[in-house]
Write a protein that binds this ligand. Structure first.
Ligand code: COA
Length: 219
């Protein structure tokens, strides 16, 4: 079986703790032979990862979304709010779904993810502001060698979902990345997550690849 990617970096392994006793395989959805091997060896399919991409050439022409939304970089006074939102916004992810990961460790994982975004000077956390209050986040990874930007985590506060705040935030992030010299942007999301898929479709991202997460535990 081909292992396309390992699950977590060192910070994240620390956050999930003894979850190291699991094996995770990420297999291209079209690779039926590898999927068969995984199932024959009692791996469980826990999620489908959708990778989508778009050019950033036309970002100046994109509609901005509701006028009531301003977007700025995270400030230190936002940190508690952002970490709190990160620990309650990703229950649909494969970590919470796989009961092998204790729930508090999943919370710690997303907390670590957000903290890395806030502390690492090569990352940016973009925050939409509604009526003067932070209303979500978009964690942006540094550009890669191909000058591609990548949104690592995105969430809108429960109170503000479904009103175009996600679109406003992502458009603003695309412009920021293009201004830094990015040529393209990549997104990864779960096929279970209709809201995220729809948000990215609305913004013109095209699916390039679908991969299947298989998990297996040894304890
Ligand atoms: C995904 C998320 C960021 C979308 O933000 P949002 O502000 O609610 O999105 P918008 O209001 O800008 O809507 C964008 C598009 O998605 C659609 N959409 C939003 N929520 C939807 C839902 N629950 N089901 C179906 N479509 C949905 C909207 O209708 C809109 O499409 P349209 O223009 O064709 O009508 C938000 O639902 C969220 O925070 N979810 C939890 C965190 C998460 O799953 N993050 C993604 C993985 S990291």
């Amino acid at each position: 079986m081909k292992v396309l990617e390992h699950l977590l970096d060192e910070d994240q392994v620390e956050a999930v703790g003894d979850a190291a006793e699991r094996v995770v395989e990420l297999v291209d959805a079209g690779d039926v032979d590898s999927a068969q091997v995984a199932l024959d060896h009692d791996f469980h399919v826990v999620d489908l990862r959708v990778i989508a991409r778009r050019s950033l050439e036309d970002v100046a022409q994109l509609p901005e979304g509701p006028k009531a939304v301003a977007v700025r970089e995270a400030a230190e006074e936002d940190w508690d709010y952002l970490v709190g939102l990160a620990t309650r916004s990703h229950y649909a992810s494969r970590f919470y779904l796989d009961r092998g990961f204790p729930r508090d460790r999943c919370d710690a994982l997303y907390q670590a993810w957000m903290e890395r975004g806030l502390r690492d000077p090569s990352r940016t956390v973009h925050v939409p502001v509604v009526e003067g209050e932070p209303a979500g986040y978009h964690v942006l990874a540094p550009l890669d060698d191909a000058r591609e930007g990548h949104g690592e985590l995105v969430a809108i506060d429960e109170r503000h979902r479904g009103r175009g705040v996600g679109v406003a935030l992502e458009v603003s992030s695309m412009r920021l990345l293009a201004g830094r010299g990015a040529l393209t942007q990549r997104t990864t999301s779960s096929a279970r997550n209709l809201a995220a898929s729809r948000l990215h479709e609305r913004l013109g991202f095209l699916t390039e690849k679908i991969e299947v997460w298989h998990h297996k535990w040894y304890r």
